[in-house]
Design a protein. Structure first.
Length: 108
């Protein structure tokens, strides 16, 4: 993981998401998830290229199952964009960089 992305835990999730001054995309993922591993480098690129517009964070659902349940994450990868601490957009499944950028266009 690069300096451009933030690793969240059950303990830090609420503080980081609620205090972010820009939209924050949270990648709900797990180590054993193949599609999660496929989009990880794409999210790294977006994080470094769009860091002035959107923050990218990752939350391992195996380590923070209560947070995943709270946001009804049923399959991974699930990407949720939070604006002012409120979930505003949900993207489920692995996508190409172009498709993700299109889905995130309202935030970047």
């Amino acid at each position: 993981m690069s300096d451009s992305t933030t690793t969240l835990t059950a303990e830090t999730f609420d503080e980081v998401v609620n205090s972010s001054e820009k939209p924050i995309l949270v990648d709900f993922w797990a180590e054993w998830c193949g599609p999660c591993k496929m989009i990880a480098p794409i999210l790294e690129e977006i994080a470094s290229e769009q860091e002035e517009h959107i923050q990218i964070a990752k939350l391992n659902v195996d380590d923070a199952a209560d947070i995943a349940r709270r946001f009804e994450v049923m399959s991974i990868p699930t990407l949720i964009v939070f604006a002012d601490g409120v979930p505003t957009k949900r993207i489920v499944g692995a996508k190409s960089k172009d498709a993700l950028l299109e889905d995130l266009s309202e935030f970047i």
